[in-house]
Design a protein around this ligand. Sequence first.
Ligand SMILES: [Zn+2]
Length: 204
Amino acid sequence: MRPVDHEAPVYLYQLAVPGEDRYPSLALVNTRFTLSHGAVDLLDDTEAAHLWLVRHELLPDRVALNGRQSGRLLALREALRTLFEAYGDGRPPPAESLATVNSALAAAPSTPRLAWTADGPRRADEPDTGNPAAAALSLLAEDATDLLTGPEADQLTACAAQGCTRWFLRSHGARRWCTTKCGNRVRAARAYAAKRGRAGESGE
Ligand SMILES: [Zn+2]
């Protein structure tokens, strides 16, 4: 585990959404969400986008990110969200979203490598070091491709809490909320509605 960065916004550590730790593409989609006080965008400027990529070990800290590259990251995020939604609805996504992901894949693909250590052979793909920002986007697009075509794809779920726009990987069939926080929010809202309903019936 990485040490907690005390300068980071506290909600980065409060909300462990299942699947984000294994799929950075899922984490990317979830960088835009809604809290009770309004919409949050963790990538709302180039510096924030740079920090996010570094934090997810997709970009070396010393490599700068420019506005155009950060714009591409946001475009990829929106395309991936559209793909997740299409997958959830069981329909093909718009061609444009698919094209955005495919151009990210093609821009700076990793080179397949066979590594061999004391533990034996393993696959160790090498990112394109000549174009680190594009390589980061390629890795994210590749990760989403693995997720959508892999055995865990059918666990991909949109949080059912109203206003929450996050996606997560369902660990068991019944789970409908990305975090316990969302689950509690829904239960509290239901209890409140039921209480109001009863108050209404008693002819207050
Ligand atoms: Zn949620």
